[in-house]
Ligand binder design. Structure first.
Ligand SMILES: Cc1cc2nc3c(=O)[nH]c(=O)nc-3n(C[C@H](O)[C@H](O)[C@H](O)COP(=O)(O)OP(=O)(O)OC[C@H]3O[C@@H](n4cnc5c(N)ncnc54)[C@H](O)[C@@H]3O)c2cc1C
Length: 428
């Protein structure tokens, strides 16, 4: 039987059960439904309430390098000693994180590092086009502002690092312009005059409200017949007719399952495929400043202070930081407030934190900084998780890849997609 006919079996409750209604699961569900699949999406909470709720909204196609490279090793001890620094490790979590860190270190060697860069780059290069296509299908192109983003620096001794980064980015064909201080001032006049310049990335952009993006995709998916169930998936088994999922409210049967539960995907992947994946979470924070509209024309990141500021519909969002503390430890919300302290001096007039709201989310991260996008177990299990810092950026292209995997025989993609080999499950 062809995979296509498997999907169209009349006896199954649904063709595909998508576990997880974050940006990845919802984008995939919509694409699958538009291919004529009967899709059910299962999430324990309202769609878009996971990491996809509070990310920085940056369509970060320029970020082709993983966040860790060999140079981080020298700075690591100092970084870890600062509880409010850009990287925090909860020492109680260290024993559980150790195997993940060991794999991360191995991936910093030149050959695997280059593989990672190539893998990220392939997804990022297809991301902008895929997002345009996805937003056009739901008639909401305005959700994405394709107006570039800027990485600023303020110390004289950062000039060399900025120039080196520009050269590395150019080597990877990332469109990038060096801006002197005057160009920064002209484009973003509210920023401090102390800034010395920056790198401008024209082929990037930002979303005005990441949660709304999920909401709009959900709305479109429902109009295309996708059913949403508010249930927690506890486990599941493969069987002859597909898959049977065990939820907190009973069973859900489907011909196929797509695991797209972000940082929570490891347990279900193991239950369904028998494979243990080294998935951990890099917890990140944001602080939303509702009184700070129109301070910036586009997303601005600070090289030295290591956080991003994105202008959104509801104010200015400060976001960033990486914290290793697992899925169960309560948030250290002080880290969100720290983002406001970090912003001091970056603007001519400091930002107001009046009525600001802090948030923490779980980035789903694998130690080679690449997601898993795959189709395994005779096509019964599809996987789309582990997009770490780039899940919003890569959601639309991931959805196209999953749709292509779901119906490989139709081959209807009018545009080329990244090769799937770098994202396979069996690399672990
Ligand atoms: C501070 C911060 C800033 C970021 N900034 C950016 C950015 O600017 N650009 C960018 O591209 N990316 C960014 N990211 C990363 C991006 O947000 C994530 O990669 C992306 O949201 C992951 O989406 P997801 O759908 O895989 O996971 P999620 O959004 O976490 O969704 C997973 C869903 O699965 C559900 N789920 C989990 N387990 C179960 C279960 N057992 N049963 C049922 N449902 C379940 C959850 O409830 C959740 O809704 C940022 C992340 C953070 C934390």
């Amino acid at each position: 039987m062809s995979n296509d006919s498997l999907f169209n079996s009349p006896n199954a409750v649904s063709d595909v059960a998508v576990i997880g209604a974050g940006i990845i699961g919802v984008a995939c569900a919509l694409r699958l439904a538009r291919q004529g699949r009967r899709v059910v999406v299962i999430d324990q909470q309202e769609p878009g309430r996971g990491a996809s709720f509070g990310n920085a909204g940056h369509l970060a196609t320029e970020q082709v390098f993983p966040i860790a490279d060999l140079s981080i090793l020298k700075r690591l001890p100092a970084m870890l000693m600062d509880p409010m620094g850009p990287l925090r490790l909860d020492w109680k979590y260290m024993p559980r994180a150790l195997p993940w860190f060991a794999r991360l270190l191995l991936n910093l060697r030149p050959a695997p590092f280059q593989r990672t860069v190539a893998g990220i780059r392939a997804l990022n290069e297809s991301s902008l086009g895929a997002w345009h296509r996805l937003l056009e299908t739901i008639d909401r192109p305005g959700l994405l502002k394709e107006d570039g983003s800027l990485l600023v620096f303020e110390r004289a001794d950062s000039q060399q690092a900025i120039e080196a980064l520009q050269a590395r980015m150019r080597q990877q064909q990332v469109p990038v312009d060096f801006w002197r201080a005057k160009a920064v001032r002209d484009a973003a006049p509210q920023l401090s005059e102390q800034l010395r310049g920056g790198l401008f990335f024209p082929r990037t952009g930002h979303f005005l409200d990441p949660f709304q993006v999920v909401g709009e995709l959900v709305h479109a998916a429902k109009s295309s017949g996708v059913q949403f169930l508010k249930q927690r998936v506890e486990g599941g088994q493969l069987n002859e007719s597909g898959v049977s999922l065990i939820t907190d409210q009973g069973r859900v049967s489907s011909r196929h399952v797509l695991v797209a539960c972000g940082a929570h995907s490891a347990k279900l992947t193991a239950a369904l495929t028998g494979k243990k994946v080294p998935l951990d979470t890099e917890r990140g924070y944001h602080l939303m400043l509702p009184h700070e509209h129109e301070r910036l024309p586009f997303a601005v990141t600070s090289l030295e202070r290591k956080f991003i500021m994105t202008p959104m519909a509801d104010g200015l969002r400060l976001a960033g930081t990486v914290e290793f503390a697992g899925l169960d430890c309560p948030p250290t919300m002080e880290r969100a407030w720290q983002l406001h302290r970090l912003s001091k001096g970056l603007f001519k007039r400091d930002l107001s934190a009046e009525a600001a709201t802090p948030w923490m989310g779980f980035r789903p991260s694998l130690p080679d900084s690449l997601p898993i996008i795959d189709r395994v177990c005779d096509g019964r299990v599809l996987l789309a998780f582990g997009h770490q810092h780039l899940g919003l950026t890569q959601a639309a292209v991931t959805a196209e890849m999953i749709a292509q995997m779901a119906s490989p025989l139709t081959g209807t993609q009018p545009h080329s997609l990244p090769a799937t080999a770098p994202y396979r499950l069996d690399r672990f």
